[in-house]
Ligand binder design. Structure first.
Ligand code: NAP
Length: 396
C-alpha cells in the first residue's frame, strides 16, 4: 500500500526531557547533526536522523532511547520538542521497523575486562539522599579559581560506583523560568572502595564557576551551591552514570591518563584504585599528563607529587606561568613521543582523556604527529584503538 503522507507511520526518535541530564553526549555523538539543544531541551530532528543509533549507547541515563509511533505528517517538530517538560503520552500503534543504516563512529566501548557498572539506579526525579562529610580546597589559595573536593556520604550498597563513572546533582530551587535547575554531572574522584578505603565515602571535584569559558562573568548555580555547602548538609544524588569510560581490570593493562583541570577527577579515581591494589593490577606504572594554568591551579598537586614514581609518572603542563612559554598536555605528549608511540602500539595500553573540550583536538593532533614521526597513520590507528576500548575521551 502506498499511502498518503498522513497514512505513513513512522517511529519518531525523541529525547525524554525528564530524564535527560543535558550532558551533550548525544549531540556530540550524532554523526549527521540531527540533535540540537537550547537552554531547555535536547531534541532530535526527524528529517535529519538516519537511525544509526550511535547516540543510544553513550547516553548515560537512557533519555535518548524513546520513540513514538505516529503519522509522518504528525511528527513532532523541533519547536514542539523544545517546549516539552515531559514526553507526550505513548501512542498505541505497533511500531513499524525503523531503518538502521550503519555508521562508523568512534564511541569506544568499555575495555573488555572492565567491571560491570551499575547505571541509573537513581534516575532524574528519584534521587538518593546523601550528606556532605567534608569539603576541602584542592588547589592553592592563590589559584585563579577555587576547586574543592567534596566528600559525600552515600549508602555504598545502594550506590555502587566504578572509577570513570559520574553522579548527578541538581541544585535546589528553580530557574528564572520556574523550572528545576539542570542536573550537573561530577566524575567520581575516589576509587570504588571509597575515599581512603572507606566504603560509602565518595569524592568529587567542583570548580566554583564565576566566569564563562570566554571569560565573561557568570554564576554557576550548581558549582556555587556545592562550593558553599556546609559539612553535615543534606543533598540528593542521581546516577550512577557512565558505562564506557571505565578502566581495564586485566593485570597486564597499562594506563595513559591525560587530564586538564577538574578533568583530572576520574583519572585520580583510577590512580587511587591501582595505587591501593598494586598486585592486582600488575604493578606497572601509570603515566599521567596533567594540565593546568599553573602549579597553584592544578587540583591535587601535592597528592600527585607524593605518589611513588614506581606507580605513577606524571608530566605536568602549565599554560600560564609568567616568563615561560605556554605548555599544554599535547606538548608534553610530543616530548614523550617514543613512549607514547610504544603505548599506542601495545595492545595492553589504554588511553583516557578528560577535561576541556578543546583539548581533544590538540591531543589528536599531537598523536597524529607522533604517528607520523614513527611512519604510522593516526587516522587509521584511532578506529582500531576505539574499537578495542583502548581510547576514551570525556571532555566538556
Ligand atoms: P581549566 O583551568 O580551564 O584548564 C586546565 C588547563 O587546560 C589550562 O592550562 C588550560 O589552558 C588548558 N587548556 C585550555 N584549552 C586547551 C586546549 N585546547 N588544549 C589543551 N589544554 C587546554 O580547567 P577546568 O576549568 O578545571 O576545566 C576542566 C574541564 O573538565 C571542564 O570542562 C569540566 O567540565 C571537565 N570535567 C570535569 C569533571 C568533574 O568531575 N568536575 C569531570 C570530567 C570533566 P589555558 O586556559 O591557559 O588556555
Amino acid at each position: 500500500m502506498s499511502g498518503s503522507p498522513a497514512a505513513v507511520l513512522i517511529r519518531q526518535h525523541l529525547i525524554d526531557p525528564e530524564t535527560c541530564i543535558r550532558c551533550n553526549t548525544c549531540e556530540e555523538t550524532c554523526p549527521v547533526g540531527a540533535i540540537s539543544h537550547d537552554r531547555h531541551n535536547y531534541v532530535v530532528n526527524v528529517d535529519v536522523c538516519e537511525w544509526c543509533q550511535a547516540c543510544i549507547e553513550p547516553c548515560p541515563t537512557g533519555a535518548i532511547d524513546n520513540y513514538r509511533v505516529l503519522g509522518r505528517d504528525q511528527a513532532y517538530g523541533l519547536t514542539q520538542q523544545l517546549a516539552w517538560d515531559a514526553l507526550p503520552a505513548p501512542t498505541a500503534a505497533v511500531a513499524p521497523q525503523a531503518p538502521v543504516p550503519h555508521h562508523d563512529h568512534l564511541v569506544a566501548p568499555a575495555p573488555a575486562s572492565a567491571a560491570v557498572p551499575a547505571v541509573n539506579l537513581f534516575p532524574p526525579g528519584h534521587p538518593l539522599p546523601a550528606s556532605l562529610l567534608d569539603r576541602r580546597r584542592i588547589n592553592a589559595a592563590n589559584a585563579e579559581s577555587e576547586v574543592w573536593q567534596l566528600l559525600l556520604a552515600l549508602p555504598a550498597d545502594a550506590f555502587p560506583l566504578l572509577e570513570g563513572q559520574s553522579l548527578g546533582i541538581v541544585a535546589p530551587g528553580l530557574d528564572g523560568e520556574g523550572r528545576p535547575h539542570a542536573m550537573r554531572l561530577y566524575s567520581v574522584a575516589s576509587a570504588r572502595d571509597g575515599e581512603d578505603g572507606q566504603p560509602g565515602q565518595v569524592a568529587i571535584a567542583v570548580k566554583r564557576v564565576t566566569h564563562s569559558h570566554e571569560g565573561k562573568p557568570a554564576h554557576g548555580i550548581c558549582s556555587n551551591y556545592l562550593c558553599d555547602l556546609a559539612p553535615g548538609a543534606a543533598l540528593a544524588v542521581h546516577g550512577p552514570f557512565g558505562q564506557r569510560f571505565l578502566m581495564p581490570e586485566d593485570a597486564a593493562s597499562r594506563l595513559v591518563l591525560i587530564g586538564t583541570g577538574t578533568g583530572l577527577a576520574p583519572l585520580r579515581a583510577m590512580i587511587e584504585r591501582r595505587s591501593r591494589h598494586p598486585q592486582r593490577y600488575g604493578g606497572a606504572p601509570m603515566v599521567l599528563f596533567a594540565g593546568a594554568r599553573s602549579a597553584a591551579d592544578l587540583p591535587w598537586l601535592n597528592e600527585l607529587l607524593r605518589r611513588p614514581a614506581g606507580l605513577l609518572r606524571t608530566h605536568f603542563a602549565f599554560s600560564r606561568v609568567a616568563g615561560q612559554p605556554r605548555q599544554y598536555v599535547q606538548d608534553r605528549l610530543l616530548e614523550e613521543h617514543a613512549a607514547i608511540y610504544a603505548a599506542l602500539c601495545a595492545p595492553t595500553s589504554y588511553f583516557y582523556l578528560c577535561g576541556r573540550k578543546g583539548m581533544e583536538a590538540g591531543v589528536h593532533a599531537a598523536l597524529a604527529e607522533i604517528c607520523r614521526r614513527h611512519g604510522d597513520d593516526w587516522a587509521a590507528r584511532l578506529p582500531e584503538l576505539a574499537a578495542a576500548g583502548r581510547f576514551h575521551s570525556e571532555t566538556y
